[in-house]
Ligand binder design. Structure first.
Ligand code: ADP
Ligand code: MG
Length: 291
């Protein structure tokens, strides 16, 4: 069994657990950066694929992607090619594309009646004044549509701060989200890890001192948590409506119940494995072998 592992992050801490799980299953696991590959489109014949060194690659039996918002959009071309040849694999391009864009994600969730924080999508500074009048605040949460690890997420504590942050964010991203601040979450959220339509692990993340973002990359800490049935079903549903076999669903515990804030198509493995002791990489391999 030969599996291609497509990732743009050569030194991600998620890579080693996956390779170890593959080895334990006797799988031939080949890590490839799709952004380094070259695709030769032969008229009337099957495309040829070359790695970064110019070596031709033979098709795998199964493919697995971990392509989050840091991977260039162009790396999805290779995944699209594998899909069009009907080679089995996960996560597929449709879900990856939606998940990397928070506006697209909340749109899809809302269309499926999944609760999320009140949000207004902004494409210009002009729209901001009106939007600020429609959402309770200050404070407001402002985020770039494409972003990860808490980097494009800010708390605006005044009108001036909101305008200033928006100016800076618009230079990085064309689309911003103005969101209600869920104060009662108090810097905590839940990360639910779904594989193959099942919840395989969950952790509560607590942001560092004075930090409203709970991302582990921003100094947050994770601990195992037992989630209720409703939150579990919500996470499984969110993964399903985005078409993701592997997904990290982030939930804020609000006064009106759990709210989905984002769905990660390439959720980190190291953090959840060390917080919960669960072999999430093993669960992914099991799913890949049954796909
Ligand atoms: P990223 O993709 O950068 O992780 P998120 O939307 O998940 O962006 O936001 C990062 C963190 O900020 C969340 O894990 C959560 O702790 C906090 N956060 C995000 N949105 C809100 C909100 N509307 N209210 C309160 N906290 C929030
Ligand atoms: Mg997040």
């Amino acid at each position: 069994m030969k599996i291609w592992y497509l990732t743009h992050l050569a030194d991600s801490p998620s890579n080693a657990p996956l390779a170890a799980a593959a080895e334990a299953q006797g799988v031939d696991w080949l890590q490839i950066d799709p952004a380094e590959t070259t695709i030769e489109l032969e008229p009337g014949a099957r495309a040829r694929i070359f790695d970064g060194e110019g070596k031709e690659l033979q098709r795998p039996d199964v493919w697995f992607t971990r392509l989050g918002s840091s991977a260039p959009e162009s790396s999805l071309q290779l995944v699209g090619l594998l899909e069009s040849e009907d080679l089995p694999g996960m996560n597929r391009t449709e879900g990856i594309r939606i998940a990397r864009d928070k506006a697209a994600t909340l749109t899809r969730l809302g269309a499926n009646r999944i609760e999320h924080p009140r949000t207004i999508v902004l494409r210009s500074m002009l729209a901001l004044e009106r939007a600020a009048a429609m959402i309770a605040g200050p404070p407001w949460v402002l985020k770039t549509a494409v972003g990860t690890q808490g980097l494009g997420v800010a708390l605006a504590e005044s009108r001036e701060a909101l305008l200033e942050t928006a100016e800076a964010f618009f230079e990085r991203d064309e689309v911003l989200l103005l969101q209600e601040f869920v104060a009662e979450a108090r810097g905590r959220d839940l990360r639910l890890f779904v594989v193959g339509g099942e919840l395989v692990g969950a952790m509560r993340r607590q942001g560092g001192e004075g930090e409203f973002r709970s991302n582990l990359h921003r100094g947050g800490r994770g601990e195992p948590v037992a989630v209720d049935d409703y939150s579990r079903e919500l996470a499984i549903l969110a993964a399903r409506v985005l078409g993701l076999e592997v997904a990290g669903i982030d939930l804020l515990e609000s006064e009106r119940g759990p709210l989905v804030i984002e769905v990660n198509a390439a959720p980190g493995l190291a953090g959840i494995q060390s917080a919960t002791g669960i072999d999430v990489a093993g669960a992914i391999l099991d799913r890949l072998l049954r796909i």
